[in-house]
Ligand binder design. Structure first.
Ligand code: DGI
Length: 138
């Protein structure tokens, strides 16, 4: 398995609840390496590009409003199989399916305010890292 990079982001609810440190700690303990990080408020245009695949969904407006509602902590993490393993550590999108011990299973009870975003494929990881960090990685 090749070394990969993925884009992870603590959403506004996670920043507000002060779980950034715990989330960073989980990925560090697992053995992944942080390659970029920034606290930022996402401009609406960037949010719409980031979530473009959901543009036709009924919850798109709500999704963009939420993700731009306060600071997020955007990160790039590197390691073997990190895209898939980070998704496992995040837990499922639906709260009734996210197991205790996962980030969402420990902190989230709703599908919309679910603490963390993580790329779901190599193509999305490359696209999202480009959108948020460009070449700006260590
Ligand atoms: O990759 P995920 O974040 O696990 O899930 P996704 O790509 O299917 O959806 C992206 C985000 O959109 C998700 O984290 C929360 C939001 N979302 C997904 N399904 C629903 C939703 N928001 C609302 N309000 N209702 C939904 O059914």
């Amino acid at each position: 398995m090749a070394i990969e990079q993925t884009f992870l982001m603590v959403k506004p609810d996670g920043v507000e609840r002060q779980v950034v440190g715990d989330i960073v700690d989980r990925f560090e303990r697992r053995g992944f390496v942080m390659k970029g990080a920034k606290l930022m408020v996402i401009p609406k245009e960037l949010a719409e590009k980031h979530y473009a695949e959901h543009a036709e969904r009924p919850f798109f407006g709500e999704l963009v409003d939420f993700i731009t509602s306060g600071p997020v902590f955007a990160m790039v993490w590197e390691g073997e199989n990190v895209i898939k393993l980070a998704r496992t550590m995040m837990g499922a999108t639906k709260p009734e399916e996210s197991n205790p011990g996962t980030i969402r299973g420990d902190y989230a009870t709703t599908v919309s305010h679910n603490i963390i975003h993580g790329s779901d494929s190599l193509a999305s990881a490359e696209r999202e890292i480009g959108l948020f960090f460009g070449e700006d990685l260590v």
